[in-house]
Write a protein that binds this ligand. Sequence first.
Ligand SMILES: [Zn+2]
Length: 94
Amino acid sequence: MGRSRKRRPERRSPDDSLDRLISGWRRTESRRGSEWNVQPVGQGRSDKRYSCPGCSRTIEPGTAHLVTWRADGVLGDRADLEARRHWHAHCWNL
Ligand SMILES: [Zn+2]
């Protein structure tokens, strides 16, 4: 009984952390006519201030929120990820 299935080598990227973010625990949601990657950021996991596109208010450092980026962009995951936005969870879910 020979198994002849070959394992395809994984593509390695010099930027491991970005790849981990891309392949991590995000989920995909359909919003506003587009597919979006949605990745929750837990309480205390951020140390920057962000401006929420939903309410134009500040997301304070350490506040649990969501990071979103397009999942159907033509430029590819990396470019979309670089254009990611930070949302209050309740603003995203409106
Ligand atoms: Zn907001």
